[in-house]
Design a binder for this molecule. Structure first.
Ligand SMILES: [Zn+2]
Length: 472
């Protein structure tokens, strides 16, 4: 490690090495990490640009005019910031439009309910759907009911938050589970740990051969209210009126820009540019876009040119189809072997506390241990910024198909204490973003990107062995 008084000669040497395309030796990389830290923590570029995305572009569901506006915005920003090979790569996406919607409690007394239709839901019949509610706390409770108690009713899943995966199962699969029992509509308690009368949307799914019933989320407060009344033996009746539409696929695009490396390999840094059609998509995933984009911009401004190309990809359609992620892996299939790693940021703006690794292929503890030893070096450089976790709990939705195609994936692992309070809701707005946290997250991502792109070892060298190869 370079001591303070040797830093400047080292920096000059680092600059000279980088200019001539030679990889920086480890002590010069240390010096580069220090420069990135100093400049990154001072920069407000990510915060300013996120403000512009949130306030001037607004929410941006894939296939909507808002997303098209975000495409123009992102292309202009990348060009202005000195990215190379800036382009929009076309991706057709599903087109779902919310239109007007509302839910009202009719019995035992009239009250408007705080609701948001679930993304990709079918509409109610024209004029709305009025039915008695049967309230349950879980799939098992629904299973235990006789058919006669469910048929022709609206099922309310009032499942309390445990985790995004477990509670999200009601959003994703609630309509199918209820329709299989003869229900005519489904309501879910919003997938969130706490709320201030805020409904949260998100994708749902239908299944082949099961009636497609309309699906909506209620605020925690209103789901609890209906459930309490039902549990007291009251007759609870709701009118649901949803005018949403699924239209033919629409043209959309992933946005790509690069900081070229000195060699042929690539490190992908991704986030998703699309958001739900409410709020501003500030935390999900505007900040992720700014974290990866400004990380690379920072390296560019510092004149750092690592050996591998840093490719920023802002994906479309993560929220309701993942067509952007799948299209990238497909279109770039021939060059996936040149991808040394893919990194995604899609957990909001809580401070990055670690990275989560996802290796493609069959599980192999020996390879995983070696990859984690590689990541331990990364952790050493990031520990002063509070990055101490290296886990193996998956990488990211957008880079998933790329990981599946043989590229090791990393997801930035954030402090998630308040992320789901506003996730997919009208409250996911710019005012919730702390500028000092964003600057720190950009700095962490810039260091990680720099090291992944310049280390002589590649994360991709730790993949499970190919057929016939023996594990070292
Ligand atoms: Zn997201």
């Amino acid at each position: 490690m370079a001591s303070r008084h040797t830093l400047f000669p080292l920096l000059a040497l680092a600059g000279a090495c980088l200019l001539h395309g030679a990889p920086a030796p480890p002590d010069l990389r240390e010096a580069a990490v220090r420069r990135i830290t100093e400049a990154g923590l001072r920069s407000d570029a990510a915060y300013r640009n996120l403000g512009s995305l949130c306030d001037q572009v607004g929410h941006r569901l894939a296939g909507s005019p808002g997303y098209d506006k975000a495409v123009t915005w992102a292309l202009a920003l990348m060009k202005a910031e000195g990215f190379t090979n800036v382009r929009a790569e076309p991706v057709p996406v599903p087109r779902w439009v919310r239109n007007t919607e509302r839910a009202d409690m009719i019995l035992p007394r009239p009250q408007a309910l705080s609701m948001l239709g679930l993304g990709l839901s079918d509409p109610t019949p024209e004029g709305g759907l009025t039915a008695d509610v049967v309230a349950v706390g879980s799939f098992d409770e629904l299973k235990a009911l006789p058919d006669a108690a469910v048929r022709g009713r609206i099922v309310l899943f009032d499942a309390p938050w445990t985790s995004y995966g477990a509670t999200g199962a009601y959003r994703w699969g609630g309509a199918v589970a209820a329709a299989r029992r003869g229900a005519v509509g489904v309501l879910i308690r919003s997938v969130a740990p706490s709320g201030l009368d805020t409904p949260h949307t998100g994708s749902m799914a239908y299944a082949e051969g099961v009636p497609r019933i309309p699906a909506a989320a209620l605020s925690l407060e209103d789901a609890s209210l209906l459930h309490r009344l039902y549990a007291r033996g009251e007759r609870v009746q709701v009118r649901l009126k949803m005018n949403c539409r699924t239209l033919p696929d629409a043209p959309s695009a992933n946005i790509v820009g690069e900081l070229p490396g000195t060699g042929p390999e690539i490190v992908l840094l991704g986030a998703h540019l699309d958001s739900w059609d409410v709020g501003q998509g500030a935390q999900d995933d505007g900040v992720g876009c700014m974290i990866v984009l400004e990380a690379v911009h920072l390296l560019h401004d510092l004149g750092l040119r690592p050996r591998r190309t840093l490719r920023v990809v802002l994906f479309t359609n993560e929220e309701n189809g993942n067509r952007g992620g799948r299209s990238y892996a497909e279109t770039h299939r021939a060059e996936l072997p040149r991808h040394a790693a893919a990194v995604e940021s899609d957990e909001g703006n809580g401070l990055i506390q670690g990275f989560s690794l996802e290796l493609p292929g069959p599980e192999d503890p020996a390879r995983l241990a070696r990859a984690q030893a590689f990541l331990a070096r990364l952790k050493l450089s990031l520990a002063p910024l509070g990055v101490t976790r290296m886990t193996g709990r998956g990488s990211g939705v957008d880079i998933g198909p790329t990981v599946h195609g043989g590229v090791p994936g990393l997801g930035s692992d954030h402090d998630g204490a308040h992320y789901f309070d506003i996730h997919h809701s009208r409250a996911d707005t710019f005012d919730k973003v702390r500028p000092e946290d964003l600057a720190k997250n950009v700095t962490i991502m810039a260091i990680a990107a720099y090291l992944l792109a310049d280390d002589p070892d590649r994360l991709a060298d730790f993949l499970p062995p190919a057929e016939g190869e023996t594990t070292p």
